[in-house]
Design a protein around this ligand. Sequence first.
Ligand code: AMP
Ligand code: MG
Ligand code: MG
Length: 256
Amino acid sequence: MSRSTAKQSLPNLARSLKAVEKLSVNNAASQQTCKHVTQTFKYIIVVDFEATCWPKETQKWKKYEIIEFPAVLLNLETGKIEAEFRQHVMPVENPRLSEFCTELTGIRQEQVDAGVPLNTCLLLFGKWLQKVLAERNLSLPKTNPYDQTGSVAFATWSDWDLGACLSKECARKRIAKPACFDLWIDVKAIYMQFYQRRPESFANALTNLDIVFEGRQHCGLDDSRNIARLIMRMCKDGANFVITKDLKPFNVFRGK
Ligand code: AMP
Ligand code: MG
Ligand code: MG
């Protein structure tokens, strides 16, 4: 999909997914006044991968491999994170972390040495996902023939995590990428459209709204939790979260 097509398709996609549902966001977890926005999804699963990296001069010769795979399940009605997943992943193409990488992400060599390969991580994540969805009777978009819109969707900051990092690594390693990662909400795209502002970074996006980052920047789990906090703030400001990227837009139903 070209860039311009992707941009144009956002409202169309939202319409075709019947993004008109149903849930009034009234966040008891927050003291702020909340606009009553009809949210498309009841829940959002935020993911934010950390990957092997090097200083700029050498990065281009090396491929990203995921080293931290976190996810948080955010209830848009209450603003609460109800479940979390976190797994360190063992890089195999470049098994030694650079000092630069450890400094940036806080992830140490022994943590990835004790991690699992990416395909195992995807299996563990799949189990966690099934469990948290079943417990709440939730479905992802295009997985339930009676509810194509679904009640929960993935969200990331920018398209990098699911559009580049995971897709490319799975392709290189001949790992079948789970279909659930084919469509997602890019919180950055919604942010830019809603506030009409292009933030330089995620940290900058928070600062612009006077939100102080909690935890450690570039720790995948902390990044995910802070993206969830940003989503809740944006909900209160009146933004609706719809799917912004679908790698297989013509697949109407994907089954489980
Ligand atoms: P983030 O979610 O912003 O923590 O970034 C995800 C991944 O992108 C990191 O784990 C790194 O692999 C890479 N990355 C982020 N920022 C930088 C940077 N300043 N220099 C090199 N790589 C980076
Ligand atoms: Mg990130
Ligand atoms: Mg991160």
